[in-house]
Design a binder for this molecule. Structure first.
Ligand SMILES: Cc1cc2nc3c(=O)[nH]c(=O)nc-3n(C[C@H](O)[C@H](O)[C@H](O)COP(=O)(O)OP(=O)(O)OC[C@H]3O[C@@H](n4cnc5c(N)ncnc54)[C@H](O)[C@@H]3O)c2cc1C
Ligand code: FES
Ligand code: FES
Length: 481
């Protein structure tokens, strides 16, 4: 028999049995609950009009994160605390401090974007960072919400006023909310079925592989930020989906002496702190993947497995010599991340196999590591070129190690091996860097002749590494100018 999808909506328990498992949370709110405060703008994760809050218990405390409900499938919120804009105000009708600040500081014009902004601001109000939110954090958290009336300045003022305040009825009632949520946690897998469609949320890797064996055509879903689009835009009604988010083996995040191990279902938002500590340039690139709402659920595992040449995390993983671990009923396969890509959106993943984890070796202290994403806009834009550079220059100024990962230049993300070989054993001088740039034309860029915009910026990134390492006082971040 099918389980019910069980969650809290604005403080009320829900047990849902009779909707399609590919119904999105946005469709559910608007059509089943009649809660139309949450808006649909783009239905593809870009505008933030559909933002809601997902609360969950972490170390016995509530953590509230903003997500795009337009691409989030309903079974994903089983066991979670969903807050829509209708659930933010106080039961006596008075406004939440975030809403009041939006009124007081004129943060709303036509009002279409306002519910989405309120929810992102709610996440900022309950900021989970250890340090107070900086302006950079505020811009990050708001970058996934678009305002067609361009009323950003007052909204940013609101954000600065309410950031990290935390004090409201949600924090006052935190113990009760934690208790409520704990009461609906399941220990066994969710097996949901409606009208011939199935959704499974296994609780172990063994259950996961058994399910994939039984339903070979089932789609794995980690964050669903790629797969969700197939539902919201492609109107797919998958016959079977296997959610990866509740499998403990895929949620490992562990730092050892030598490496950082990242489970394939760890969302970006949970990974940023470790990346900032160990590979700061990689963290900066990941912070530019989608928006805060996308990073709340999206994963590096999904980024690797979608096989896209523009997947932003791959160049850094390649430059850092990351390995991936694939698991099937036959056992484990380990491979360097670059060997996973066979062609455009074609990977080495076999049916019955799941990406379990990614192992990123720590950077030796004498290495230089740089990573950049170049796109037309700073936020929420598809990359033009992403490049990552891992270099060792010895005390005589000779390059003794070079690995350059690139994405966006060809059918697959790849290492620029010609450029690497051209610079190895040479002095780290402008002339040698220019030779390596010439050699890079023979790498992936041969698909794009010299003079092509992407070729030029890809080559120039190496020059940028040179300028940054030889003249560190030069600030090359254009949006700071
Ligand atoms: C608005 C928006 C903005 C975006 N911006 C960016 C961006 O700036 N840069 C960028 O790189 N990407 C971007 N993306 C794409 C997407 O968010 C990323 O690729 C993300 O990392 C995908 O992760 P996920 O967990 O959501 O993947 P999912 O959607 O869950 O899965 C993606 C694919 O991988 C498969 N899969 C997932 N995990 C596994 C696993 N462990 N084993 C086997 N197969 C698996 C799934 O079956 C599916 O085919 C954006 C997407 C949206 C909607
Ligand atoms: S409707 Fe635009 S992000 Fe969801
Ligand atoms: S107030 Fe009109 S879209 Fe933002």
């Amino acid at each position: 028999m099918s389980d019910a999808i069980c969650f809290y909506l604005n403080g009320q328990k829900r047990e849902i049995r009779n909707v399609s498992p590919t119904m999105t949370v946005l469709q559910y709110l608007r059509t089943v609950e009649g809660l139309t405060g949450t808006k649909e703008g783009c239905a593809e994760g870009d505008c933030g009009a559909c933002t809601v809050i997902i609360g969950e218990v972490v170390n016995d405390r509530m953590r509230y994160r903003a997500v795009n409900s337009c691409i989030l499938l309903l079974p994903r919120i089983d066991g979670k605390y969903l807050i829509s804009v209708e659930g933010v105000k106080n039961p006596d009708g008075t406004l939440h401090p975030v809403q009041q600040a939006m009124v007081d500081m004129h943060g709303t014009q036509c009002g279409f974007c306002s519910p989405g902004f309120i929810m992102s601001l709610f996440a900022l109000y309950h900021w989970e960072g250890e340090e107070p939110a900086t302006d950079e954090d505020i811009f990050d958290i708001l970058a996934g919400n678009l305002c067609r009336c361009t009323g950003y300045r007052p909204i940013i003022d609101v954000a600065r006023k309410i950031a990290c305040k935390k004090s409201d009825r949600f924090s006052e009632n935190e113990d009760k909310i934690v208790e409520d949520l704990k009461s609906i946690q399941r220990v066994t897998a969710l097996n949901y079925e409606y009208d011939g469609q199935k959704y499974f949320a296994p609780r172990s890797i063994t259950q996961l592989l058994d399910l994939k064996d039984e339903y070979p055509d089932a789609h794995f879903m980690a964050g669903g930020t790629d797969l969700g689009l197939e539902v919201s835009k492609g109107f797919e009604r998958f016959r079977a989906v296997i959610g990866l988010d509740r499998v403990p083996e895929l949620n490992v995040l562990e730092e050892t002496e030598d490496a950082l191990t990242v489970g394939a279902a760890v969302p970006y938002a949970s990974l940023l702190k470790s990346l900032k500590k160990l590979f700061p340039p990689f963290e900066k690139v990941v912070r530019r993947i989608g928006s805060n709402q996308i990073r709340t659920v999206g994963t590096v595992g999904g980024n690797i497995c979608n096989g896209a040449p523009i997947a932003d995390s791959i160049p850094s993983l390649m430059a850092l010599e990351a390995k991936i671990i694939l698991r099937s009923k036959e056992g484990l396969r380990e491979m360097p991340v670059e060997d996973f890509y066979l062609g455009y959106h074609k990977t080495a993943l076999k049916n019955g196999e799941v990406l379990e984890k990614i192992i990123i070796p720590k950077l030796p202290e004498d290495h230089i590591f740089k990573a950049y994403k170049l796109a037309r806009r700073r936020d929420l834009d598809v990359t033009s070129i992403t490049g990552a550079f891992n270099l060792k220059i010895d005390d005589k100024g000779i390059v003794t190690y070079a690995r350059f990962g690139y994405g966006g230049g060809g059918a697959i993300p790849q290492l620029a091996t010609n450029a690497q070989n051209a610079i190895l054993g040479k002095p780290w001088t402008e002339a040698c860097v220019e030779e390596a740039m010439e050699a890079m034309v023979q790498d992936f860029i041969k698909r794009r002749p010299k003079g092509d915009y992407r070729s030029d910026i890809a080559l120039n990134l190496l020059k940028r590494v040179y300028v940054e390492t030889t003249s560190p006082e030069t600030d090359l971040e254009v949006w700071k100018l």
